[in-house]
Design a protein around this ligand. Structure first.
Ligand SMILES: [Fe+2]
Length: 293
């Protein structure tokens, strides 16, 4: 098979580059699965792709696609397919995070597709949560072993109906129960949600600790929604330490048109750099691996 496979960067991932007009749908599936399991993030570059090929390729490896109900950002549905979404609708940077770690049911796997790269900036950032854990000071590790993260958010009736893609309170209550999220419904049908999660989780193989959560963007975008579960504040010096580590060990992925990125959302954090180009267009699919994982 005429492709090269080499690390995306010194410390992370594998890049599969097309050398000779190989169809992405014909590359060795078992090899991809094995690389995904060992490295957690794969970048496919130089293949002849479009939105349909992206969908077909990601379908080969994935199941249980979700429509992002309960998600934090506004995403557009692409080509009428509820499992093919735009990334969010603003241009500022987003710090490293695991996708949807503010609720229990996370997508285990993510796909990104670069329909149109930004003319400059707008890189997607990635980082291995195992490496992140190793960089954290022992005092901060100790703090996270004692205290969990508590996300609290209130929504007007109109806002939760949009966010959860339903206007039915029973259905909302069911979704919250499935997500271990405490739901308070007010008289005007506005709601208050509360969800507690650890900042550090064991890896799926059980051999590593992984720092993966939604802490950094929550503190960046809506600092009031996040505290520890005993209602104490997360100290500023801890946030500073985490931001310093994130910046130091992040890898930037400079998009090229047609790139596909496959991410293990139980291990690899992602984010993005700010950009100004209106034409930047990256799609996302949220799902689970269709193989033993
Ligand atoms: Fe994300």
């Amino acid at each position: 098979m005429n492709v090269t496979i080499e690390p995306i960067a010194e410390r992370i991932g594998q890049q599969i580059t097309n050398l000779d007009n190989v169809s992405i749908l014909e590359i060795d599936k078992e090899r991809i699965i094995s690389l995904f399991k060992s490295d957690g993030v794969l970048l496919f570059r130089g293949f002849d792709t479009d939105t349909d090929i992206f969908r077909e390729f990601s379908n080969l490896f994935s199941t249980d696609f979700i429509d992002y109900a309960g998600g934090a950002f506004a995403r557009r549905v692409i080509n009428g397919d509820k499992t093919l979404l735009s990334v969010n609708d603003f241009k500022t940077a987003i710090k490293l995070h695991g996708e949807m770690y503010y609720q229990q049911q996370i997508p285990l796997m993510l796909w990104f597709y670069c329909a149109t790269p930004a003319s400059e900036d707008g890189e997607t950032t990635v980082c291995d949560g195992r490496e992140f854990y190793q960089e954290i000071s022992s005092s901060t590790k100790e703090l996270f072993s004692k205290k969990r993260l508590k996300f609290t958010a209130d929504f007007s009736k109109e806002d939760w109906q949009k966010k959860f893609k339903t206007d039915n309170l029973d259905k909302l209550a069911e979704m919250c129960a499935q997500n271990n999220t405490h739901l308070q419904i007010n008289l005007d049908e506005s709601i208050l949600l509360e969800y507690v999660s650890p900042a550090i989780i064991p890896s799926r193989c059980g051999q590593y600790q992984v720092f993966i959560n939604s802490l950094l963007p929550a503190k960046q975008i809506s600092p009031d929604i996040l505290k520890f579960d005993d209602n104490s504040e997360i100290p500023d010096e801890v946030i500073r330490e985490l931001n310093e580590i994130a910046e130091r060990i992040t890898t930037n992925i400079s998009w090229e048109k047609g790139d596909i990125l496959m991410i293990d959302n139980t291990r690899i954090l992602h984010g993005r750099r700010a950009f100004s180009d209106e034409k930047r267009n990256i799609y996302i699919r949220l799902c689970s691996p269709a193989f033993a994982f």
